[in-house]
Ligand binder design. Sequence first.
Ligand SMILES: NC(=O)c1ccc[n+]([C@@H]2O[C@H](COP(=O)([O-])OP(=O)(O)OC[C@H]3O[C@@H](n4cnc5c(N)ncnc54)[C@H](O)[C@@H]3O)[C@@H](O)[C@H]2O)c1
Length: 275
Amino acid sequence: MTRSNTPTRVGLIGFGAIGRSVVDAWSTTPVRGHTLAALLVRDHQRDEALRAVPPGVAVCTDIASFLAADLQLAVEVAGHGAVISHGERLLAASVDLALISVGSLADDGFRERLAQAATQGGSRLLLPIGAIAGLDGLLALRRAGLSSVKYTSTKPPASWKDTPADGPFDLDALTERTVIFSGTAADAARLYPKNANLAAVVALAGLGLQKTVVELVADPAATGNSGLIEAAGPSSTLTVKVAGASAASNPKTSQITGMSVLAALDNRGSAIAFI
Ligand SMILES: NC(=O)c1ccc[n+]([C@@H]2O[C@H](COP(=O)([O-])OP(=O)(O)OC[C@H]3O[C@@H](n4cnc5c(N)ncnc54)[C@H](O)[C@@H]3O)[C@@H](O)[C@H]2O)c1
């Protein structure tokens, strides 16, 4: 990718825990080589969003006006539904799409349709690292021949409320670390769409959705969320753990997620970039 002297016009989809953190941080610290041009929100969020964004940012409640903002890059921080509703259209319209709801790509047919739309539009689907780290190392190990990848996500029991674990496990009564799911990344992404985005991104960078082992853990002693990748290849192993606080307005989300998106954009716009 060449670096342009003209800032990339970015549209942000979503104004929840991550979207707000991105807008707030972007308003105080510019992002190298990128300008926030549009924000796609729900109708009821419009007034609050208008107060939050700097002047000149188009606050949109429909995809047509969002696309009319002449975007080169859309960043999704809204959820699987937004990727399903808008992904193909954005990519086919030559807008690159960075999506954080990576679990939406666990459906092979949908992932293929997005890839085709990107080919048709000459655009790219970009997967930010999100609230984990180490995908660069995983890609290197894959190149060398990976033999195993396990991803473990540990969160306080309350973070697993309103998931398939809520019922079979009495989450309020747990007194010790409890594995609430163990299986493939494909099943984790299907059953836990709001919690298994990182399982999906680790799988896509590594051994794939069927061969990546995922463990989801409810731990009453956990004060935040943590993600652990353990991978092995013929000559190297990789162990990466990221732990941190969950977002105040959404305990399923780690606070670092929004910053990972801004860091990825900063890197894209930098004269000296990490690749
Ligand atoms: N890859 C990662 O590291 C990672 C980590 C956490 C969350 N996520 C993903 O990010 C998503 C957002 O997380 P969050 O904590 O900000 O969630 P959230 O529920 O706090 O906010 C999502 C916001 O997006 C809005 N929204 C949904 N569909 C929309 C659409 N089509 N158009 C406009 N707005 C729409 C919702 O109304 C809500 O305000 C999650 O659903 C999850 O899929 C990824």
